[in-house]
Design a protein around this ligand. Structure first.
Ligand SMILES: O=C(O)CCC(=O)C(=O)O
Length: 267
């Protein structure tokens, strides 16, 4: 895993091939179908552009579903997170689904994640698990190499043209995201195709986005799990996603709680 960890530290993103086994993929796939059929309270589907396809999003699934819960808390991911974060302790921040059905033109706009999250600290990562083959045409994630070290926090915006999803409160310490898509040549963009069970690992400040799923028959189901390490505390600044905030935490508190459980401790 040293090669992947070095790449993660250098680029802010990497891939672990065949990280999730077939049994787990089957379980995660069926939990995903159940969620699409009957989404929990944090559903954030994105209205499909041009009336084609569908983009299903949801978060905090582990709190309501045993399969997602077991995967987030008791799979090998927490220990992997400890290795990538070089941390003695790992907390689960939350999990999230991103399903682009065949023929869904919606891009996931360029952004970095940490401005959306009510935490501060540098040991923050996501694992994004491919449940389908993922290619550039079907919406592979793209990352800007080294952007996790820019120290730049971009103002969150609601994804897609989604009824019921509010815009974010402006935070004066954030800056607007530049128009990366129309100036792609100015950036070093890295991306990888994935097979089911391959996993992207990326830092909470790495700028990333993805294209639409232009395949007419292949789905693009991604399941993201976010973990934090020793230096992360709760942050009550304005502008974060209110669905990810916690009533029980005050600014500067460690996360350890039912809401952000400790999932790994060094022995
Ligand atoms: O799956 C996507 O299109 C976006 C994923 C993403 O932005 C994330 O996991 O932070």
């Amino acid at each position: 895993m040293q090669k992947e960890i070095s790449e993660y530290q250098h680029l802010g993103a990497t891939v672990i091939r065949q990280c999730v086994d077939v049994d787990a993929l089957v379980k995660l796939s069926s939990a995903t179908e159940a969620d699409i059929h009957s989404p929990g309270p944090f559903y954030h589907g994105y209205r499909s552009e041009a009336g084609r396809g569908s983009f299903h999003g949801n978060l905090r699934l582990w709190e309501h579903d045993d399969t997602f819960r077991e995967f987030c808390l008791a799979s090998h991911l927490p220990q992997l997170a400890a290795e990538f974060l070089n941390s003695q302790r790992v907390n689960l921040l939350y999990d999230q689904l991103f399903v682009k059905e065949p023929g869904t033109p919606n891009r996931t706009r360029w952004h970095n994640d940490q401005p959306y999250w009510p935490i501060r600290g540098g040991q923050v990562l996501s694992f994004w698990i491919a449940l389908d083959p993922v290619t550039r045409d079907s919406g592979a994630l793209e990352f800007i190499a080294g952007s996790h070290r820019w120290g730049r926090w971009f103002q969150p915006q609601a994804f897609g043209d989604t009824a019921g999803q509010s815009e974010y409160v402006a935070n004066p310490d954030y800056e607007p995201i530049p128009d990366i898509q129309n100036h792609r040549g100015d950036y070093e963009i890295v991306s990888w195709d994935l097979e089911p069970g391959d996993v992207y690992v990326f830092h909470g400040l790495t700028v990333h986005g993805s294209g639409g799923n232009h395949h007419q028959s292949h789905r693009r189901r991604g399941y993201a799990v976010r973990y934090t390490g020793d230096d992360v505390v709760y942050d009550s600044r304005v502008g974060t996603n209110t669905s990810l905030c916690s009533e029980g935490h005050r600014d500067g508190m460690v996360l350890d709680s039912d809401r952000y459980p400790v999932v790994w401790l060094a022995s």
